[in-house]
Design a protein around this ligand. Structure first.
Ligand code: THU
Length: 137
């Protein structure tokens, strides 16, 4: 599968992220986020944010999706859709986690009405990333 998604694929990914968003656990932030990650072999793996009373233990939707996918054997991703009420952008920590698995992964930002507001690649959101190459002696 090429890293050029059809409009139908993008729409489906946003729909899945929006569906997952209903399961976000956000008693403190009141900011539900849904993410849907498309693997290179065509699977869609979703994640939601999970708040915690100890605030720093909160985890973002994007990271839940990536960690679920990696723990199920996936390491190659074509795209991730992120749905929030207002089209919020992935945080720095999530950008770094996405970068670990490819700078070309497409990021699709949408709002809760399913409107796509922005599209970019991980490389656009995290220029000059620290990556595995940075650890070479
Ligand atoms: N959040 C995400 O799920 N993804 C992001 O990239 C930014 C922030 C969540 C974490 C927390 O549950 C809430 O949004 C407010 O920060």
């Amino acid at each position: 599968m090429k890293n050029q998604l059809s409009e139908a694929q993008k729409k489906q990914l946003v729909q899945e992220a929006n569906k997952a968003r209903r399961f976000a656990y956000t008693p403190y932030s009141r900011y539900p986020v849904g993410a849907a990650l498309l693997t290179s072999n065509g699977e869609i793996i979703c994640g939601v944010n999970i708040d915690n009373a100890a605030y720093p233990a909160t985890i973002c939707a994007e990271r839940v999706a990536v960690f679920k996918a990696v723990s199920e054997g996936h390491r190659s991703f074509l795209a991730i859709a992120v749905v929030t009420r207002d089209g919020g952008s992935p945080c720095g920590g999530c950008r770094q986690v996405l970068a670990e698995f490819g700078m070309d992964t497409a990021i699709i930002i949408a709002n809760e009405s399913g409107e796509i507001l922005d599209e970019m690649k991980v490389s656009d959101l995290l220029p000059r990333a620290f990556g595995s190459g940075s650890l070479q002696p």
